[in-house]
Ligand binder design. Structure first.
Ligand code: PAF
Length: 285
């Protein structure tokens, strides 16, 4: 498995595969890969002849006070994981390769991005849409794989592909969790031992809320209050948002029905902003 740093090299590889009639999957990542990424890569390997994993900490999706500089990086470990999972190629560009001097074109979305993480991270989705668009144009995959942990990102990318008539199938893959329930994230490495203990409250509140809904609760305010109360039992937890939205519009709902996303973002100990969610499709009966 090769690691390449230039767009030209990716294109040469993909061109050769296409000549051979092979299908191509793409797994876009920011590196520091864990079992969540591994599950995406394995799914892509199962469904495509060749798989490109991009490893690029995209500066454009970080706000000025966010963790771009400290975001964890380990390309050697990433390459071992990709190789073992069966990936064909890693694309690991420098920022200058992706954003050459004079770069001034962006993919901007409204609506879906004016909610949840888009409110607390105003530049985030413009950066995500722009870089994902570029990666799609560079790799031209048949299918691209995204984790359901970033549920809003998944919805945004699906919408972008639809709106801009991109001929790419977007595949969402389930959240992978630690033994105690905490969703796997590269940012979990920021947590001190005490914060790590308290971070389990994210998944606990998600599991509790999902059970409330499965047991028949349809009042979004009641479910959200129960979650907020539970999260607030942890002194190190500082809630960014707890919301229940329609997954197609990302608009808040009062009555829980249809395709819903219950999503939370919580700062733990001032060390990491973590997210978690569940999605459900409920009949309106
Ligand atoms: O989910 C991520 O890791 C990033 O947002 C993505 C999709 C790789 C774009 O930089």
């Amino acid at each position: 498995m090769n690691i390449v740093k230039t767009i030209k090299e990716v294109r040469e590889n993909v061109k050769q595969w296409r000549k051979e009639g092979l299908s191509v999957g793409l797994v876009p990542t920011m590196g520091y890969l864990h079992e969540g990424h591994e599950s995406l890569i394995k799914r892509a390997v199962a469904e495509n002849d060749r798989v490109v994993v991009s490893v690029f900490v995209n500066p454009m999706q970080f706000g000025p006070t966010e963790d771009l500089a400290s975001y964890p990086r380990d390309i050697d470990a990433d390459s071992r994981l990709c190789e073992a999972a069966g990936a064909s190629l890693i694309f690991h560009p420098e920022p200058e390769e992706m954003y050459e001097e004079g770069f001034c074109s962006f993919v901007d979305m409204t609506g879906l991005t004016n909610a949840l993480c888009g409110l607390s991270r105003p530049v985030h989705f413009r950066g995500v849409c722009t870089v994902v668009n570029k990666l799609f144009n560079i790799v031209m995959p048949d299918k691209a794989y995204f984790g359901e942990k970033d549920a809003q990102q998944l919805a945004v990318v699906k919408r972008m592909v639809k709106d801009l008539n991109m001929d790419i199938e977007i595949v969402g893959c389930p959240i992978i969790r630690e033994a105690d329930g905490l969703a796997k994230s590269s940012r979990n490495t920021y947590l001190s031992p005490e914060s790590r203990k308290q971070a389990v409250i994210l998944s606990k509140s998600i599991f509790m809320a999902k059970q409330m809904v499965l047991d028949g609760e349809r009042d979004a305010a009641k479910v959200k209050k129960a979650m907020v109360d539970m999260i607030n039992t942890m002194p190190l937890a500082d809630i960014d948002y707890v919301e229940i939205v329609d997954v197609n519009t990302m608009k808040n709902i009062d009555k829980i029905e249809g395709n819903i996303l219950c999503a939370i973002a919580v700062n733990i100990g001032g060390e990491a902003r973590l997210i978690d969610n569940f999605m459900l499709s409920l009949s309106n009966a």
